[in-house]
Design a protein around this ligand. Sequence first.
Ligand SMILES: [Zn+2]
Ligand SMILES: [Zn+2]
Length: 413
Amino acid sequence: MKQASRSAGVGVERACTEVFRSAQMTVPIAKLSFWGVRGSTPTVDPATWRYGGNTPCLELIAPDGTQIILDCGTGLRTLGSRWAAPNSGKTLETHILVTHYHWDHIQGIPFFSPLYVENNEFQFYSFRSKFLGRDSLKQVFEAQMAVPYFPVDMSAMSAKRKFKELDGGDSFKIGENKITAHWLNHPQGCLGFRIETPAGIVAYATDNEPGDAKLDESLRKLAAGADILINDAQFTPEQLVTTRKGWGHSSWLEGVKVARHAGTKTLVLFHHDPDSTDRMVDLILRQAREEFDSVFAASEGMVVTLGAPGDRVQAHMPGTRTALRREAQFHAKVCGVTEAGKDFEEETVVRDISLQGALISLKHLPRLQSELQVTMEAPGGDGVQTMKLRGYVVRIDSGEEKGCSSVGVVFTD
Ligand SMILES: [Zn+2]
Ligand SMILES: [Zn+2]
């Protein structure tokens, strides 16, 4: 299997990398990328596309070039397809920290193409499960690739793999970065990881539920003074005390409490419920932002920079609408909230627009899954503007208007 190049990334991502590289020359910068943010099971529901449907996988590039991957959910496959070996002169090894063995945290392993490349080296870390005993993670690998669950066995994985067992409280160094493992409250056990880099401290606390005094304290220690806390926010505060109590997960409100108590600068809401649509995650984020100053909802493709000038961590979102962009000159009124939390209203011009689809009234009845050429007209700054788009028919509702059908299209290139 050939190594793919990470340069296949979208423009915005590349721009961020360049900013990252130039800043790296002066101050230590760490880059944290979110490849999978969904909890429990991947989603392909279009209502979840903005935050993303892949299960947990994060990648941290420390200032010394050390590459650390956190969890091996289905997001690991995407990371593998953009793969570039770590660029540190000292080692080519990639370090992979696995929090626990639930499916959503291991499912990407068989689909991670760099594992099938002979020259790659991986050091895995996880805990000894009381259900599996010695070499738990290795056993998990073998079990998930055993016949008849997967077409090739472990012998096809030609990359060098080493496994290290960790316990809660263990602390060790990778390059100039210090890693500490902390137990979290989750069925069958889960480790949280605190990574101290010269650019800042990342605390990764996926799957955990509040309510166990000792483990709640363990979480606060994990997050103490961190620049960024990535915390389980799968459920709403209401669900957490009623229907989802004991399921091993947390809420945005619990994350805010921990962040406040532990003096964390930025909170990232993580492990979104597979039943949470983008609008539901939007609401969760809005509520959290009312209670805590610096909060993001983890989003697939999001890149967070630590150590860049300024107090806060900086987050960049991936470019998502490069394919369907059309130039326009539409007058528009824009209302919103400033970074400082003030409402604003402004008259402006929309300069380009990307559309996903439209609902069109037609006297003719087009065939489902056929193509329509759609030319739209809109009043612009200097006369009428036209916009030409190709629509793919996804729905036809007849009879709503007399002699007309409502035709739903999504726009394609
Ligand atoms: Zn999980
Ligand atoms: Zn879990």
